[in-house]
Write a protein that binds this ligand. Structure first.
Ligand code: FPP
Length: 196
């Protein structure tokens, strides 16, 4: 690692879990479990290297179309991760933040998430964004709604001002986007933020 050329913000589309499991003749859920082990490593290593922001795409607005059993397994794994990793986040001075349409998440998952956000809010190290029920177009539409509600006049609006209404307000844009399966698709992730 070239320490003087570290990206400030790394964004990761976590996919290929199902294919990873399939290649090993395991059920898909085993792929998600292994994915969580990788998340643990990535979060701790990123914080140790000194990244400013790490964003993981864990659940898209499209993922609700998956079989109900898979959706509930993912939610269960997420809850379990939050419970078991909160102490690691605190120990590593990591601030945790959820981005996405959180109002549509299951109430028990949401309460774990807000608890983790609250308990890590005072941390000053790496910001760990987790994108849940997230869609890039939906984020832009929501930002537009918020700026209308704030009664911003057209002449007051520019790109920087608009970015302040996105979930990632105040954060540097990602300078590295990784898609773990190796495919080269954006899949509605951070559309505004990855422009460059
Ligand atoms: C993509 O693999 C993975 C997901 C849709 C879910 C990943 C989310 C979790 C494991 C929940 C917990 C998350 C965190 C960050 C703690 P895929 O099923 O699309 O695999 P495929 O591309 O091979 O079909």
């Amino acid at each position: 690692v070239t320490m003087d050329r570290l990206p400030r913000h790394v964004a990761i589309i976590m996919d290929g879990n199902g294919r990873w499991a399939g290649q090993r003749h395991l059920p898909r859920v085993e792929g998600h479990r292994a994915g969580i082990d990788a998340v643990r490593d990535v979060v701790e290593t990123s914080a140790r290297l000194g990244l400013e922001v790490l964003t993981l795409y864990a659940f898209s607005v499209e993922n609700w179309k998956r079989p109900a059993a898979e959706v509930s397994t993912l939610m269960m794994l997420l809850k379990r991760y939050l419970r078991s990793e909160l102490s690691t986040l605190l120990k590593n001075n990591i601030r945790f933040k959820v981005i996405g349409r959180t109002d549509q998440l299951w109430p028990d998952v949401l309460s774990e998430l807000t608890d983790a956000e609250r308990k890590t809010a005072g941390n000053t190290g790496m910001l760990f964004n987790i994108a849940l029920n997230y869609g890039g177009r939906a984020e832009i539409v929501e930002a537009a709604k918020r700026l209308l509600a704030a009664q911003i006049r057209p002449e007051e609006l520019d790109e920087q001002r608009f970015a302040g209404f996105l979930y990632t307000a105040g954060q540097p844009d990602p300078d590295l986007l990784i898609r773990t399966s190796g495919e080269m698709r954006i899949s509605n992730f951070l559309l505004w933020q990855i422009a460059y």
